[in-house]
Each structure stands twice: as C-alpha cells, then as structure tokens.
Ligand binder design. Structure first.
Ligand code: NZQ
Ligand code: ZN
Length: 394
C-alpha cells in the first residue's frame, strides 16, 4: 500500500427532497449570491430548477443563472460564465445537473480570480488558485464530479478535451437526491454505469501490492452496479437501487477506493479523444475502449484480471489456466454492457478507422512519455487498442 493524504471535504446531503435544502446549505457556508449553472432541458422540464431557486430565495441567497451546458462541456460557455460571475460578483457557482454542468461550473470557479485564460489550467500552464466555491445538485450518477477534484472541458478550437485535477475544486456541498434520477433515459443511466465502473477499473488495475482492503471496496462498487443497473432499467423509479447507484457513483471517484495505490487512467485519456472527435457520451466511449484495453493488457497481470473475474463476475477459477478465467471476466463485462444497451464496438459509436492515427497522435506520447501506469502505453499501443475496439474486443 502507498502512503497517502486523503481529504474529501465535501458535505454530502443525501436523500429524498434534499434539493430543498440547497439554500440553507449555501447560507450555512456563508454564501450570499449564486450563479446557477445547468444543462439543456432536463432540470427545467422536471421543475427541479424552480425548486432550487425557491430554496435559495427562501434562505435569502440571491442568484443569477446560466444554462445551456452541453454534454462534453465547451470552453466557449465557460468564458461567458466567468464574465457573468465577475459582473454579478457571485460567491458560489451552483451546478444543477451531471458531470458536464459540474465541470463547467468548476472551470468558471477557477477562471474567475485568474487574470489569464482559464484554459491554461487544462494545459498544465497554470495551477488553480483560490477558486470560487462550487456546490452541486446532482441529477445523474456517472462522472463522480460531485465529489472529485476534477473537471474536464472541451475546447472547440482543435477539439481538445482536457482535464484538470485540483483539490481546491472539490465541491463545498453536494445534494444527492436519488429521486432526481428517475427521469434519466435508459441510455444515460447505462452510460453513467459504464463511467462509474470505469472509475473503479482505472484504480483496480494497479501494480501496487497489499491493497486487499481497497480491492474489496472496488469490488463492492462493481457488484452493486452489476446488480442494480438492470433493476432500474426495468423500473426507473425504484428508489432503493437508484440510491445505491448514486452513492456508489460518488464513492467510485472521490478516491476513497484508490487513494492507496498507483492508478492507471489511460482508458480515460483514450476515451476523451473519442468523445472530443465524435461528441459521444463519455460512458459509451468507455464501454468500447475499456474492454479493448483489458484484452490488450491482460497478460501484464493475469492473476489480477482473474481475481476480478472470480470476485465480481462469479467466474470459476481455472487453476490450470488462469488466463481463461481472466478472459472470461472480460467477456462477461462486454456481455453486461450489451445487456444494458451500451455500444461495445467502434462502429456503433460512429468512430472511423481512418481517424485512429489522429486520435493517437493527439495524446502526444512523444519524448519517451507513456500513458498510464499499469502497463504504460506508447502511440503504437494506443492505436492497437483502438483497432481492437473496432471489433468489440472479441
Ligand atoms: O442537458 P440536460 O438536458 O440536463 O440533459 C443531460 C445530458 O443530455 C441528461 N440528464 C442529466 N440528468 C438528467 C438527464 N436527463 C433526464 N433526467 C435527468 N435527471 O443526461 C445527459 C448527460 O449529462 P452529462 O452531465 O453530460 O453526463 P455525465 O454526468 O456523464 O458527465 C459527462 C462529462 O463528465 C466528464 C466526462 O468527460 C463528460 O464530459 N467527466 C468528469 C469527471 C470529473 N469531473 O471528475 C470524471 C469523468 O471520468 C468524466 O471524464
Ligand atoms: Zn469517467
């Protein structure tokens, strides 16, 4: 196990009707004026936005609003948000939505006090300093941004999708009401599930030893998803499994399940190239990339893959041929993704073979730089993984 410092300072307010406490939590944290930041239609259509505004009004917290965040949130709206937030002197950026609204809110929060271009943070040219606090009313369990220090933004110029991770970007508080997820279309529920599971895989596939406890934490998130996602697809307003999925999604990515180990993240970087170029849902891209990454790296640590197969997928251990056990685990993952309506091939995503060299090149693996830590990848490896995913990693 690695040494670590773990600080997850966010207050999580979990349960039915908790969005009605948005105002009182903003006030409790000394906030006086919020920029409410949200996506396309869902938060308006469900009446959630009105309830959040009423809650702020009730607590005497004033607000302005900026909607229109697209999935794979764009830099252009971040610039608008920074300008508006500065003009209005807000002291809270309140995201109402999923990872896209939250990440855009974090980018605005970081950009407000910074004199230069906020994109500098996403290019590693500057470090986030004293961002305006961010709070969240979550509507989709997926990205885990409600508890994470991360933000991922797409810059339209060159279609660059880049991430920043800074501890100061962890939300002040996050409201998690599982009822808000009842309206999710099945496809979005499934995409969210693939993202949550991938956040665990990025951590589970590690070279760090003596991490038995956090392995078990990882496995429990995965088993919860495997059990509960089919249940909510059958019955979208089933509060029990919806709440388990929502909490598992937070736990999967605030780092409690992986803080003690070396983590990989190459599948995420590879997927970001897909969603940047084709504007596909991040979770859908991961459902295609991750099984291919697993096939490609299986030989690096067959026993770890076999452990995953046995403990999560219930595959019987073949002691004579552990590779068979490991490979069966990957088969079961692909079958699970298919069963919940996710794409598992490059083609189903609308991706094209001729774009593979461009996507691999955009990862900029030059001067000896490699991707990930489990089985570090060079450009040729990334291209091979893309090619494997063309056939659905079969
Ligand atoms: O825009 P609206 O109308 O709200 O519709 C959204 C959107 O179309 C819809 N939706 C959300 N909640 C709903 C709902 N529809 C009905 N009922 C509800 N309750 O779902 C669609 C997807 O929303 P989005 O916010 O894009 O989803 P997600 O949470 O998956 O976020 C994806 C983004 O997060 C990034 C991804 O790269 C992607 O850009 N990530 C952020 C991370 C982080 N900050 O730590 C880590 C992740 O690995 C990920 O990279
Ligand atoms: Zn993700």
């Amino acid at each position: 196990m690695k040494d670590f410092v773990f600080c997850s300072p966010t207050a999580f307010v979990f349960g039915r009707d908790t969005e009605q406490q948005t105002g009182s939590y903003a006030k409790k944290f000394g906030r006086t004026k919020a920029l409410i930041h949200y996506g396309g239609r869902s938060a308006q259509a469900s009446g959630l936005l009105d309830r959040v505004k009423a809650s702020l009004d009730g607590a005497g917290v004033s607000w302005v609003e900026l909607g229109g965040v697209q999935p794979n949130p764009r830099a252009s709206l971040v610039y608008k948000g920074i300008e508006l937030a500065r003009q209005e002197k807000v002291d809270l950026i309140l995201a109402v939505g999923g990872g896209s609204a939250i990440d855009s809110a974090k980018a605005i929060a970081a950009g407000i006090p910074y004199i230069g271009d906020f994109w500098d943070f996403y290019e590693g040219k500057a470090q986030v300093k004293d961002p305006v606090p961010v709070a969240v009313v979550l509507t989709i369990p997926a990205a885990g941004s409600e508890g994470s220090p991360g933000s991922v933004i797409t810059k339209e110029e060159g279609w660059l999708k880049r991430a920043v991770n800074d501890e100061s970007l962890r939300p002040l508080f996050s409201i998690l009401n599982p009822e808000l997820t009842f309206t999710l279309p099945p496809y979005q529920t499934a995409c969210g599930a693939a993202d949550i599971m991938s956040h665990v895989f990025e951590r589970y596939l590690t070279n760090t030893t003596d991490v038995e406890f956090s392995d078990r934490l990882c496995e429990s998130v995965l088993k919860t998803m495997v059990q509960d996602v089919p249940r909510v697809l059958k019955k979208p307003d089933d509060y029990g499994p919806r709440s388990n999925i929502m909490w598992a999604g937070m736990v999967a990515h605030n780092d409690i399940v992986g803080v003690d180990r070396e983590q990989d993240w190459s599948s995420h970087d590879i997927e970001h190239e897909l969603s940047a170029l084709y504007d596909v849902a991040h979770g859908a891209g991961l459902a295609v990339v991750f099984p291919a990454f697993m096939r490609y790296t299986m030989k690096h640590d067959v026993m770890r893959y076999a452990q995953l197969a046995v403990r999560v997928w219930g595959v019987e251990m073949d002691y004579q041929n552990p590779e068979r056990t490991a490979a069966e685990g990957i088969n079961r993952l692909i079958a699970f993704y298919r069963s919940i309506g996710l794409p598992t091939t490059f083609e189903e995503l609308g991706a094209k073979a001729e774009d593979i060299p461009l996507m691999a090149k955009k990862l900029n693996l030059v001067n000896g730089r490699k991707l990930g830590s489990f089985n570090p990848l060079e450009t040729a490896d990334v291209e091979a993984i893309f090619r494997l995913s063309m056939a659905g990693a079969n």
